[in-house]
Design a binder for this molecule. Structure first.
Ligand code: SF4
Length: 257
């Protein structure tokens, strides 16, 4: 039996299905030579050089300890008035994966640790079940270190006061990849007005570090639609693939309970 050309097949399909329009895809030269779309990612504004200068004679743990000393009993913005604890960051200072959240909530404020309570448990499950990592293997922090009253979003002044410490923390840990969780984190680091819904799942870059933005675990707890869970799962699988490309060590998922 002779093979039909693409044009003949298209004509038959259009004849059979009437008003439906078909375009049979077959790769063109441009398709084969197209660059990896990850090469055209949004770049974060470059942080000031003095914030990201790293003393390589110090260990990441010592560098973080120096930043925490500089922060001190911080009163640089009004969020100091109602906070119970400064929530600096937690985890492995040598981590390849850095997770950036938004601002401490009630539980974080009470304990002085980011991502605890229900959101923390959700994050732990994501890390373990999709990435094969325990919380202790990554470094976790927020864009602001003190809880905004009634969990409102931090305002521009508060972000401006606190972000230099975030830039220094990222430079000190020097991760290979960043997971950015939530709209506040996205807007703060990338100085954009766009929210996370339109931007989750699209690779970005901060100071030459690949960044995967996704929904915050708290959003998943309040919006239990399966669609949102599936989207975060997709983002984490994409992140996992990138981690494997970068040679980041993690346990095989199969070995996890
Ligand atoms: S939010 Fe940041 S800048 Fe404001 S008081 Fe807390 S640590 Fe200081």
């Amino acid at each position: 039996m002779s093979e039909l050309s693409i044009e003949a097949t298209q004509a038959i399909l259009q004849d059979v299905f009437g008003r439906c329009t078909f375009r049979l895809w077959h790769p063109t030269r441009e398709d084969w030579t197209a660059e990896d779309p990850r090469d055209q990612v949004e770049q974060a504004p470059t942080p000031a050089a003095d914030l990201v200068a790293v003393d390589h004679r110090q260990s990441p743990a010592d560098r973080l300890a120096a930043i925490e000393r500089d922060l001190g009993v911080c009163e640089r913005c009004i969020l100091c008035r109602e906070r119970r604890n400064i929530v600096f960051g937690t985890g492995n200072p040598d981590a390849d994966l850095l997770i950036i959240g938004e601002a401490p909530g009630e539980q974080e404020d009470a304990q002085g640790v980011p991502f605890v309570g229900a959101s923390g448990l959700k994050l732990d499950a994501m890390l373990q079940n999709v990435l094969g990592l325990a919380r202790e293997e990554v470094y976790i922090l927020n864009v602001v270190k003190c809880r905004p009253p009634r969990n409102r979003n931090p305002n521009a002044d508060e972000l401006e006061s606190c972000l230099p410490f975030l830039h220094r923390q990222v430079a000190s840990v020097s991760p290979k990849v960043i997971l950015l969780m939530g709209t506040v984190a996205l807007k703060s680091l990338f100085e954009t007005n766009q929210g996370i819904t339109r931007n989750r799942g699209k690779w970005r870059s901060y100071n030459d570090i690949p960044v995967m933005p996704t929904f915050h675990p708290a959003f998943l707890l309040h919006n239990k639609e399966k669609k949102n869970v599936r989207l975060v799962w997709q983002d984490l699988v994409d992140l996992r693939d990138r981690m494997d490309e970068l040679g980041i060590d993690r346990a095989p998922i199969e070995s996890r309970p």
